[in-house]
Design a binder for this molecule. Structure first.
Ligand code: SF4
Length: 90
């Protein structure tokens, strides 16, 4: 997931310990239910899942992060009264 010059690779601060490090990023941007469950299962075993989730709630509009889908994070933002941090802002 962190290959190349993706926003994720540049900004995500927990890269070293992430289970998704070196995996195909497309695994985490799938659209089918089975593929999303696969991504979530990878996150479930990740040692930085909770940190990742807090990061993503504020910053990531798309994809599976911290075991949540984009829709699930949007619901959390609504519950917390948060907005996405604009891209390029740490
Ligand atoms: S929780 Fe998921 S998206 Fe976040 S670093 Fe771990 S494997 Fe990657």
């Amino acid at each position: 997931m962190f290959q190349g010059e993706t926003r994720r690779g540049r900004m995500f601060p927990y890269l070293d310990d992430a289970i998704c490090r070196g995996l195909d990023p497309e695994l985490f941007y799938a659209e089918s239910g089975a593929a999303i469950m696969k991504a979530k299962s990878l996150c479930a075993a990740c040692p930085v899942r909770e940190k990742c989730l807090e990061w993503a709630i504020k910053r990531e509009e798309f994809g599976v992060w911290g075991g949540t889908t984009a829709r699930e994070r949007a619901a959390i933002r609504r519950e917390r009264g948060l907005r996405l941090v604009p891209a390029g802002v740490a």
